[in-house]
Design a protein around this ligand. Structure first.
Ligand code: GUN
Length: 293
């Protein structure tokens, strides 16, 4: 069994990005600049956004954090989005989700200029991705694709079972793995809460991608010997043996499943770190105008 070490891989990619920034600086080019909009006090969102900002600093990108209270009006948030769309120094930006209930996430996502949509959430990017055209790919699936690529994991003709059909992970992951080329050319089954016999579906998988948000949900007797297991879950569970009283686990019952796998991602230290790194890769692409010219 080989651990797919997201920490090591993301550090390597960040070193490559830092070297690119050095080159840009030497040539007097524009330094990539990412902005993040954080609304309210959601603890997980605060952790994710500060990790994004810190990662920008590590690779030498500029970053801007726009923080607003949870009671900000939708019109005011739209104005912030329009301001970032029109700011020539901002190459890309994200509005951290979830947003407070009185704000339409759909309206906000549609308002973002797709050329600056480094989250890959805008339907222009999603549609281009689905058709195999150049696009900003959503960060988590992009990070997973990069992980498979950099570990030379065979995907062609493999049966991949994705658990969870969210717009930001499960659905784009299923599309990307079924696309032509490497990593891709998989036969994909996209499963969800209405799937009739989930265990039976997972037993047919050469590659499992678990993105359902239920701690330790995927059991050892569901997983075929030699499978590749990608665990997207980040769940906090009670653990009296820890000083904090809790610990992070994925959507996979790691201790039981890992011995059966050819490769598996740990939690923490797996997909999560690659997600942030993928956002940085998208920001560099935005700065270089690689996708939209
Ligand atoms: N909430 C959970 N994941 C993400 C993400 O990748 N981007 C944004 N903007 N919000 C999120």
């Amino acid at each position: 069994m080989q651990l797919l070490d997201g920490k090591l891989l993301s550090e390597n990619i960040k070193m490559e990005l830092a070297a690119e920034v050095d080159q840009i600086r030497l040539k007097g080019g524009k330094i990539p600049h990412l902005a993040a909009v954080l609304v309210g006090e959601n603890p997980a969102s605060q952790v994710y956004v500060s990790s994004k900002i810190k990662s920008c600093e590590q690779v030498g990108f500029k970053s801007t954090l726009v923080r607003r209270p949870a009671d900000i009006g939708e019109a005011e948030l739209l104005d912030i989005v329009y301001g970032l769309n029109n700011d020539p120094d901002i190459d890309g930006f994200i509005v951290q989700l979830p947003l407070p209930k009185h704000i339409s996430e759909e309206k906000i996502t549609l308002a973002i200029d797709h050329r600056k949509d480094v989250d890959g959430f805008h339907p222009v990017n999603f549609g281009r991705m689905a058709q195999g055209m150049p696009a900003f790919l959503p960060a988590t699936p992009f990070g997973i694709m990069e992980m498979l690529r950099r570990h030379n994991i065979e995907t062609s003709g493999k049966h991949c079972v994705v658990l969870g059909r969210s717009n930001i992970v499960g659905t784009p992951m299923a599309l990307l793995l079924s696309r032509k080329g490497y990593p891709g050319d998989c036969t994909v089954t996209l499963t969800h809460s209405r799937t009739r016999d989930l265990a039976a579906e997972v037993r047919r998988a050469d590659i499992v991608v678990a993105a359902i948000g239920i701690p330790q949900f995927v059991k050892a007797d569901w997983v075929r010997d030699g499978a590749v297991v990608i665990d997207v879950g980040i769940n906090r569970i009670a653990d009296a043996t820890r000083k904090s009283g809790s610990r992070l686990v994925g959507d996979v019952d790691f201790d039981a499943v890992a011995p059966k796998c050819s490769h598996i991602t740990p939690v923490p230290g797996g997909v999560g770190l690659m997600t942030v790194t993928a956002l940085l890769m998208n920001t560099l692409k935005a700065c270089r105008k690689e996708i939209y010219g």
